[in-house]
Design a protein around this ligand. Structure first.
Ligand SMILES: [Zn+2]
Length: 272
C-alpha cells in the first residue's frame, strides 16, 4: 500500500444489518471519517501530464503526485522529459506525436529513444484539427506508425480522440496494444466497444454527463485519473476526479485510490 504513508489497512467488511447497534454505527461513522482523514496523507498519480510544457518537477511535491505518465507531443518534448526524468524518479516518460503535429518525420527523430520510454503517447486522431481528407490521412499514418511501435515493443499507449472516436476504435482493433483513452467525451456505444477490448479510460477532474456515465459503465479496473496539465487542469485537482468516481460508483475514496494504483501498475505492466 504505497499510496498511504500510514500504511494502515483500512475499512471493515461493509456488512450492514438491522440489528446493528447505535454504538457500532457510530464506530462505523468514525471509520468513515478516518478514511477521509487518511486521504490527507495520500499520494496520487497522474496518468496524463505534459511535463515539458509545465517545465518544472515542483508540481509533484506540491500536488502530492508520486508518479506521472509524462506524454510527449513531439521529439523536443520527449528530450526534455527524458532529461527531467534523470532528476525525478516519479516521471514515467512516454514518446509520441500529438495528432496536432502533422509531421511524419517526428517519429523517426524519436525512434532512437524508444527503449528508454515506458509507453507511447500522446498519439491519436483529432478531426477538429485535421479537417481535410489529406490531413486526416497524414494523422492516421502517424497514429498507425505509433501503434505499430507500441505493438512491436509491447508498450502501453495513451490515446487522444476528438470527434474521431469511431476511427480510433476501428484503428485500435488492428493492433495488439493496450490503450488508455484520455479525457474521453465521445459516444457511449464506442466506449462500450473499447471496454470490451480491454482498454482503459483516464478521467480528468472536469466532469461532463458522458464522463459521469462512463465512470459507472467502465469496470473499476479499467479506470485511471489524469490532469492533462497544463491544458485541462492542475495535477493538484486530481483528487476531484477521484471524488467523482467515488460518488458515481458508491465506493469510498480511499478504496478508489487503492484500485487506481493497481490499475496504473496493470496498464504500465510494472509497479509504478
Ligand atoms: Zn494531453
Amino acid at each position: 500500500m504505497y499510496w498511504n504513508s500510514s500504511g494502515a489497512e483500512k475499512g471493515g467488511d461493509g456488512k450492514h444489518d438491522a440489528s446493528q447497534s447505535f454504538a457500532s454505527r457510530r464506530a462505523e461513522e468514525g471509520r468513515d471519517q478516518q478514511h477521509a482523514a487518511s486521504l490527507v496523507d495520500t499520494w496520487y498519480f497522474d496518468a496524463h501530464m505534459h511535463l515539458a510544457r509545465i517545465g518544472s518537477v515542483d508540481v509533484f511535491g506540491m500536488c502530492r503526485i508520486r508518479t506521472a505518465i509524462c506524454v510527449s507531443e513531439h521529439e523536443k518534448d520527449l528530450k526534455k522529459v527524458l532529461s527531467m526524468a534523470e532528476a525525478h524518479r516519479g516521471i514515467v516518460p512516454f514518446a509520441g506525436t500529438h495528432p496536432r503535429v502533422l509531421d511524419m518525420s517526428d517519429i523517426e527523430r524519436q525512434a532512437s529513444h524508444i527503449k528508454s520510454v515506458a509507453g507511447i503517447g500522446e498519439v491519436g486522431l483529432d478531426f477538429t484539427v485535421a479537417r481535410s481528407p489529406e490531413l486526416r490521412a497524414v494523422q492516421m499514418a502517424i497514429f498507425r506508425a505509433w501503434l505499430q511501435i507500441g505493438e512491436a515493443y509491447g508498450k502501453p499507449v495513451v490515446v487522444h480522440s476528438r470527434h474521431a472516436e469511431k476511427a480510433v476504435l476501428a484503428t485500435l482493433r488492428e493492433y495488439r496494444v493496450v490503450a488508455a483513452i484520455h479525457a474521453y467525451s465521445g459516444p457511449l456505444d464506442v466506449a462500450r466497444e473499447l471496454i470490451k477490448m480491454g482498454h482503459y479510460f483516464s478521467f480528468p477532474p472536469v466532469s461532463s454527463p458522458i464522463r459521469a456515465k462512463l465512470m459507472r459503465l467502465a469496470p473499476l479496473e479499467r479506470v485511471l485519473v489524469e490532469s492533462d496539465a497544463p491544458y485541462i487542469a492542475s495535477p493538484c485537482r486530481i483528487r476531484r476526479a477521484i471524488s467523482a468516481i467515488s460518488r458515481e460508483r458508491g465506493i469510498p475514496e480511499d478504496r478508489v485510490v487503492d484500485a487506481l494504483w493497481t490499475n496504473l501498475a496493470a496498464f504500465l505492466g510494472r509497479a509504478p
